[in-house]
Design a protein around this ligand. Structure first.
Ligand code: AR6
Length: 166
């Protein structure tokens, strides 16, 4: 099991082996953290993503990190569920995003992985519920990954993740 920590910041600046992207099924980029990662990684990320699309909700696939600063070597793209009131299996799909991303990181030999708060922006997942799922899932998945860093962009998310960790 990995050590889990919570920080506040921009995921494109994290010094980890792999960062996770809250993507959409097309893997061609978008807004939010997806847009930030694509801007930082450069245009080759879109090409590499498109070649692996479509990615269904709950799944994760990896591309190189291209122009992202070392030590980041991989971007793991996962597609979170769109919140539909909790009636469409959103919780298990969100948990699957975290679990599958850790598994992909492990298969790449990554020792450290950073996650954004998947689905809690444009996809509308209630941030408190999402924070509990994030912490519970990354804490319980068996892996050789040593460090999992949950990166909150804003203070509210940071507080929710910190509370879920305690
Ligand atoms: N670093 C860390 N977290 C960030 C950053 C950043 N640079 N920028 C935003 N966040 P969202 P979703 C936070 O909307 O809800 C895209 O168009 C943000 O504050 O990025 O999974 C995709 O292509 C929020 O807490 O992702 C999909 O179409 C969290 O990241 C769709 O949005 C997630 O917000 C995915 O929506």
């Amino acid at each position: 099991m990995a050590r889990v920590e919570v920080v506040q910041g921009d995921i494109t600046r994290e010094d980890v082996d792999a960062i996770v992207n809250a993507a959409n099924s097309s893997l061609r980029g978008g807004g939010g953290v997806d847009g930030a990662i694509h801007r930082a990684a450069g245009p080759r990320l879109k090409e590499a993503g498109a070649a692996l699309a479509p990615c269904p909700p709950g799944e994760a696939v990896a591309t190189p990190a291209f122009d992202l600063d070392p030590p980041v070597r991989h971007v793991i793209h996962t597609v979170g569920p769109v919140w539909k009131g909790g009636t469409r299996d959103e919780a298990s799909l969100l948990a699957s995003c975290y679990r599958r991303s850790v598994e992909v990181a492990d298969s790449l030999g990554a020792r450290s992985v950073a996650f954004p708060a998947i689905s809690t922006g444009i996809y509308g997942y209630p941030p408190d519920q999402a924070a509990r799922i994030a912490v519970d899932t990354v804490r319980s998945v068996p892996t050789r990954v040593e460090l999992i860093r949950l990166v909150a962009f804003d203070r509210v998310t940071y507080d929710l993740l910190t509370a879920a960790l305690d």
